[in-house]
Design a protein around this ligand. Structure first.
Ligand SMILES: [Zn+2]
Length: 679
């Protein structure tokens, strides 16, 4: 069967021909793509010529292009625009893809060739005319990845490893599917309008729309991925707040067919078993060996050093909030009490900001404006190009020399079939070797307003848009030879760094003044609201840091279990309680940002033993924000340096070395502590 994936797309920037893609194309394309790459790898492995960089490493980088084309489209859809049929197909192909990857990574002949090339490299300090620094890193990275994946194991070890990987692939898909379905089921149905007091009209009509979509009367409060809900900040009805919070916390642990407890226990045990097979004490040790952190001890060192100040601040914040609202603040009251307090302290609550955050204006006059001032990029909407859904917008990105840079796709709105949260993913990866320019997608989950109404963002959504666009910039500015290194293909504990840095422009005075204008009157943001935005740095950070640390420490706790210890855990809730108490982050009014049974990052999203990475990379982020402040802020010159030394390099250089080259020294933790009020 011919499919739209057979040949590279002929659309501008090789944008996939989404409108031609049908469900029945995927399976044959996956089969053809894996067969093609198997043949390519076989040719490399059996090449009679002695192993060289060119005939082994470069040949590997060139392989699997059909598979890459279909995979990028398939996984874009399965996360952003899925259907039950697509989910079934994902469950079917995930184990096949895992087996395919394993067959390559565990190929003993291939591994022997990589080792031979590695051994033939001259010393690092030696000038090597034949290989660039990126070439050398390609050899080292492929060797590390194959070794950690088990390429050095004997046949029995490899066989067990492959079985583990296949089962894990199925389990993580099950986890995600259970979570999506339980989250849908747990949407809170409201029939008494009085309960919605405090909610603005836009949110209300979104809730009415969500109810109507499911054929229900009244209003439906659909849940985001994390603990809690953005509307808890404005809902005045304490009972409804509690219902929403309890629904959020109960996901995946209700004893129904979407229960994730046994699924995650099995995931934890298999990961621990695999780690021992590879000669590591636990899964976290395997993961960090491939990260800039290097060891779980280094991770624990940073996280635990932040706990005492964070929880002490959270306790103080709770006392202040309880006094402010006149009752004992529970988890479901926290956001509400914080808003009341914010109103008192900064003369405005955050809902006062929304009329100034019209989505299109934020995008063009905020996000794109900052990228233009820093990196010289321009963005032109291409209504002649199409995404995978009519709600996806396509922008052409060009440099200030009017050279083509790539395409940026934005999919702003929430819908059934889109997973929770916000993210960036590449659809085409930049590579000089393959002659490709980047095509990247940003997904958010903004509630769609009623027809004819403007999309007004809350502050959190504005920050999320800038954040995700930071990932997009990482992809767009990439200029690496090998696709393996392009853009966000860096160590996982480094990947959040560029996106976090991009958040600094949200409240940068000249950027804010440019985008924050009243959607009806065009008036700029009143000075007292601007003051609230900038003065509120450090505000509520005890809470935010504690809920984050609790999740990060929980992720570490599950993955620092030995295989024997993991086999003994049978009660998910008890383990979770104990882990939080042991780490000193069991604060009743501040539940973890994600609890185990809905912790998609760690059980299905590829952040296993890696959720710590957000704060690990925030050390670099805060240090970089300080650098920008010292070097002219929003300037083309400063942006150019950051683009050249960090963003463009991707994973082609050791990230901490790249950072040193950019900053002139290693990152310091002081700016992070000051920013979060943890000194
Ligand atoms: Zn991110």
């Amino acid at each position: 069967m011919a499919t739209p994936f057979d040949e590279p797309s002929t659309l501008p920037y090789a944008l996939p021909p989404f409108r031609d893609v049908r469900l029945e194309h995927f399976r044959p394309a996956f089969d053809a793509g894996t067969a093609e790459q198997r043949a390519e790898v076989e040719a490399i492995a059996t090449d009679p010529a002695p192993p060289t960089f060119e005939n082994t490493l470069v040949a590997l980088e060139r392989s699997g292009q059909l598979l890459a084309r279909v995979s990028h489209v398939f996984f874009t859809l399965s996360s952003a625009d899925s259907t039950p049929e697509l989910h079934d197909l994902e469950a079917e192909v995930s184990p096949l893809l895992a087996a395919h990857r394993d067959a390559i990574t565990l190929d003993a002949r291939l591994y022997a060739r990589v080792v031979a090339v590695l051994d033939s490299l001259p010393d690092r300090d030696h000038d090597d005319a034949a290989l660039s620094a990126e070439d050398r890193r390609l050899v080292e990275r492929v060797h590390t990845e194959m070794t950690l994946a088990g390429a050095g194991l004997d046949d029995a070890g490899k066989e067990r490893l492959t079985a583990i990987n296949q089962e894990l692939s199925t389990l993580t898909t099950t986890f995600e599917r259970n979570l999506l379905e339980d989250t849908n089921d747990l949407a809170v149905h409201v029939t008494d309008e009085a309960e919605l007091a405090g909610l603005d009209d836009g949110a209300k009509s979104a809730a009415a729309g969500a109810a109507a979509d499911r054929g229900l009367d009244g209003w439906l409060v659909t849940l985001p991925l994390y603990t809690g809900h953005p509307w808890l900040a404005s809902l005045q009805d304490r009972g409804l707040r509690e219902r929403i919070m309890r629904a959020s916390l109960s996901r995946g642990r209700r004893g129904n067919e979407h229960d994730n407890r046994d699924v995650l226990l099995r995931i934890v045990r298999l990961r621990a078993e695999r780690a021992e097979l590879l000669g590591f004490p636990n899964h976290a040790a395997v993961v960090t060996a491939d990260e800039t952190a290097r060891t779980p001890e280094a991770v624990a060192g940073l996280l635990s050093s932040l706990v005492p100040a964070a929880t002490a601040n959270a306790d103080d914040e709770r006392a202040v909030r309880s006094r402010t609202v006149g009752f004992d603040v529970a988890s479901w009251d926290w956001a509400y009490a914080t808003e009341v307090l914010r109103g008192e302290q900064f003369a405005a609550d955050s809902s006062a900001l929304r009329p100034y955050f019209e989505a299109d204006r934020v995008l063009h006059d905020g996000v794109f404006h900052a990228a233009n001032a820093l990196y010289g990029l321009t963005f032109t909407e291409r209504s002649d190009l199409h995404g995978y859904n009519d709600e996806v917008r396509v922008f052409e990105v060009r440099s200030d020399a009017d050279e083509p840079v790539g395409l940026y796709l934005l999919d702003l709105y929430t819908r059934d079939g889109k997973r929770g949260g916000a993210w960036m993913n590449p659809v085409v990866e930049q590579s000089h070797l393959l002659g490709t320019l980047p095509v990247v997608v940003n997904n958010l989950n903004v509630a769609k307003p009623a027809a004819g109404s403007p999309t007004l963002l809350i502050q959190d959504e504005v920050e999320t848009l800038f954040h995700e666009f930071g990932h997009a910039l990482h992809g767009l500015i990439a200029r690496t030879t090998y696709p393996r290194f392009s853009g966000t293909n860096v160590e996982r504990d480094f990947v959040e760094f560029p996106s976090q840095v991009n958040e600094m422009w949200v409240s940068w005075p000249s950027v804010l003044a440019n985008y924050a204008r009243h959607h009806e009157t065009g008036e700029p943001l009143p000075p007292e609201l601007v003051l609230g935005l900038s003065d509120s740095a450090g505000f509520n950070e005890g809470f935010s840091t504690t809920e984050y640390l609790a999740a990060a420490l929980l992720d570490q706790a599950w993955h620092r279990l030995s295989a024997a210890a993991a086999a003994e855990v049978t009660d998910v809730e008890a383990f979770e309680r104990r882990a939080l108490e042991d780490a000193g982050v069991a604060v009743e009014a501040v539940p973890p940002r994600y609890s185990s049974t809905y912790f998609a990052h760690t059980f299905s999203g590829g952040y296993d033993a890696g959720y710590y990475g957000y704060i690990w990379s925030e050390v670099l982020d805060a240090d970089t924000v300080e650098w920008f402040r010292e070097h002219g802020g929003l300037s083309r010159e400063a942006g150019q340096r950051f683009a050249e030394k960090v963003l463009g390099v991707g994973g082609a250089q050791d990230p901490l070395e790249a950072y040193r080259a950019f900053r002139g020294r290693d990152a310091e933790v002081g700016p992070l502590l000051r920013r979060r009020g943890l000194e």
